[in-house]
Design a protein around this ligand. Sequence first.
Ligand code: GDP
Ligand code: MG
Length: 297
Amino acid sequence: MFEQQQKCGYVALVGRPNVGKSTLLNHVLGQKISITSRKPQTTRRNLIGVDTVDANQAIYVDTPGIHQHIERELNRYMVSNATSALSDVDLLVVLIEAGKIQDGDHHVLKLLAQHDMPKFAVISKVDLIKDKTALLPQMQALHAMGLFDEIVPVSALKKDGVDSFRHHVFQRLPMRKHFFADDEVTDQPERFLVAEIVREKLMRQLGDEIPHSSTVVIESFKQNEKITEIHADIYVERDGQKRIVIGKAGARMKLIGQEARKDIEHLLDHKVMLHLWVKVRKGWTNNVGQMKHLGYD
Ligand SMILES: Nc1nc2c(ncn2[C@@H]2O[C@H](COP(=O)(O)OP(=O)(O)O)[C@@H](O)[C@H]2O)c(=O)[nH]1
Ligand SMILES: [Mg+2]
């Protein structure tokens, strides 16, 4: 492709927690790079996913959910990661769940209005609405705000509207030489993606409290021809949480390990031996020094 014909730009996916930002990114890329769960605040930091088709390259930035309930330093870290993405991109995409615009959305919309790059609204999870005419009032309300260049209804899970969304995004990209090679999908190192997979299984397997108190650090990552051997530490905040993660006779840890290993083998396309270890770091989610130590820099 001639470089002078190339289009390339950064596209931020933003919105309140749990609207489907990471799921949309994974379906745009046709590959899972960002972990997802039913629980809010699964994504903890900005993560890049690159969608290249011929002359077009959209560099998506998946972000943590934006919200106003800052309880701990970790929440502050997450929200400031997300809001930092509002400034340095070529296109802002806000996701709003099908149904109605909620208070949490209004907060995000107010922030968006302070930035003057082009903006799209994606109405997400439209599969949850049986009668599609019920979407019209929401689309009209978004239109009436006068903020958006496109309003695109999407169901990432049903693959509905995803290609149309990609197409609209490509159309808005500035003429610019590609930043990434055509086959690059993310800038994240494998170690980070592996830690995230383990964290996803924790998010999905445990109740409400522990997921938000836990994190995963890869201690070692050794690859030979036959197998990749990975040691990962799971950090929680209290001894009681550690007991729950381990489960009766180690049953829950075993399950988390099995599920994570399957996904990691798929990611690396290699046989994996995964060793998990649970450690306690009292109050780490509210301690900037400890957070830094655990990779939230
Ligand atoms: N029904 C339905 N659920 C979805 C869709 N997209 C995401 N979800 C679910 O919404 C929840 C939150 O998704 P996630 O991508 O983690 O949201 P994020 O916090 O905005 O990144 C998960 O349980 C997803 O499976 C969709 O298109 N349809
Ligand atoms: Mg997410």
